[in-house]
Design a protein around this ligand. Structure first.
Ligand SMILES: Cc1ncc(C[n+]2csc(CCOP(=O)(O)OP(=O)(O)O)c2C)c(N)n1
Ligand SMILES: [Mg+2]
Length: 259
C-alpha cells in the first residue's frame, strides 16, 4: 500500500496541475445547475405537494437525524430534498428496489443509535409490506417516526403509466382520493399497534404534526400525509435510452452539444 501511494503521488501532482482543463466542464455543470435547479410545482388538485413535506421534515429534524426510505417517488424526493451532511444518515435500498425496507431499516438505526431522531420516510405502498413491525417497535421500545407520503397510489409505477402509456393507470391507484374514507386508515392502524397516529391534509397541519412527532419519544409515531398523486419525480431517464436523454420535466430536456 505504502509503495503504491509513493508511486501514485507524482502522478496525482501532474493531474492536479492540469486541473485547469476541468474549467470548461465545471462551467458546463454550473450552467446546468442554474438552468435546471432542484424544485417542484404545486399541484392544481388542491392536495399537498409531497416534496415540500419531505423538505420540512429534513429542516425540522436536522443533519444529526437518520432517514430511511422505501422505494418509489418518496424515495427519490427524500434523496433530493433532505440536506444530508453525515455518512450513514441516509438509508435506502438503492437500485435493489426493496419495497418494505424503510421501517425495518429505521428500527435497526434506532436500536443502534437510540439518541438520534430516526425517520422512516415511506410510501403508502411500501408501508403495507412491513408495517406489522410497529408491534416490534412498541413491545421493544423502539420509538421511530414514520412519515407516510400517502399519494394513494404506487406512485413511481403510476408516473411511468402517465408518461409512457398514455395515462392508462393499471392497478396503481390504491384508494380513492381525497378520502374521506381511507383504505386502509393508517391512523387507526397506528393506534391499533399502540403508536401515536396523526393525519395531515392541509399546509397548516404540516409543521405542528412534525413538531408533535419530534416531541413524542415514548412510542412510535406515524404521520399519514395525504398528498397529491399527480406529483412527479424529475429529472428522469426514460426506459431504453441513454442518460443523455434525461428529461428535466415533461417534454423538457437539456440540450447537449453532441461531440
Ligand atoms: C417487492 C416489489 N414489488 C414491486 C416493485 C416495483 N415498484 C417500484 S416503486 C413501486 C411503487 C411503490 O409505491 P409507494 O410505496 O406508494 O411509493 P410511491 O412511489 O407512491 O412514493 C413499485 C410497485 C418493487 N420495487 N418491489
Ligand atoms: Mg404511494
Amino acid at each position: 500500500m505504502r509503495e503504491v501511494i509513493i508511486d501514485l503521488l507524482p502522478e496525482w501532482k501532474a493531474v492536479a496541475k492540469s486541473a485547469k482543463k476541468l474549467d470548461a466542464w465545471w462551467e458546463h455543470l454550473d450552467g446546468l445547475r442554474t438552468n435546471f435547479p432542484l424544485g417542484y410545482v404545486d399541484l392544481d388538485d388542491g392536495l399537498l405537494a409531497p416534496q415540500g413535506i419531505i423538505k420540512k421534515i429534513g429542516e425540522m429534524s436536522g443533519p444529526e437525524a437518520i432517514y430511511a426510505a422505501g422505494v418509489g417517488q418518496h424515495q427519490m424526493w427524500a434523496a433530493q430534498f433532505i440536506q444530508y451532511e453525515r455518512p450513514g444518515a441516509w438509508l435506502n435500498s438503492g437500485g435493489a428496489g426493496t419495497m418494505g425496507f424503510s421501517v425495518p431499516a429505521a428500527m435497526g438505526a434506532k436500536v443502534a443509535q437510540p439518541d438520534r431522531i430516526v425517520w422512516s420516510i415511506d410510501g403508502d405502498g411500501c408501508f403495507q409490506m412491513t408495517n406489522q413491525e410497529l408491534a416490534t417497535c412498541v413491545i421493544n421500545d423502539i420509538p421511530i417516526k414514520v412519515a407516510i407520503i400517502n399519494n394513494s397510489s404506487l406512485g413511481m409505477v403510476r408516473q411511468w403509466q402517465t408518461l409512457f402509456y398514455e395515462g392508462r393507470h393499471s392497478f396503481t391507484d390504491l384508494q380513492p382520493l381525497p378520502g374521506p374514507e381511507f383504505v386502509p386508515d393508517f391512523v387507526k392502524l397506528a393506534e391499533a399497534y399502540g403508536c401515536l397516529g396523526i393525519r395531515v391534509r392541509t399546509e397548516e397541519e404540516v409543521e405542528p404534526a412534525i413538531k408533535l412527532a419530534l416531541e413524542t419519544n415514548d412510542r412510535p409515531v406515524v404521520i399519514d400525509f395525504i398528498v397529491s398523486r399527480e406529483a412527479m419525480v424529475w429529472p428522469m431517464v426514460p426506459q431504453g435510452v441513454g442518460n443523455s436523454n434525461v428529461q428535466y420535466a415533461r417534454d423538457h430536456a437539456p440540450s447537449w452539444d453532441e461531440e
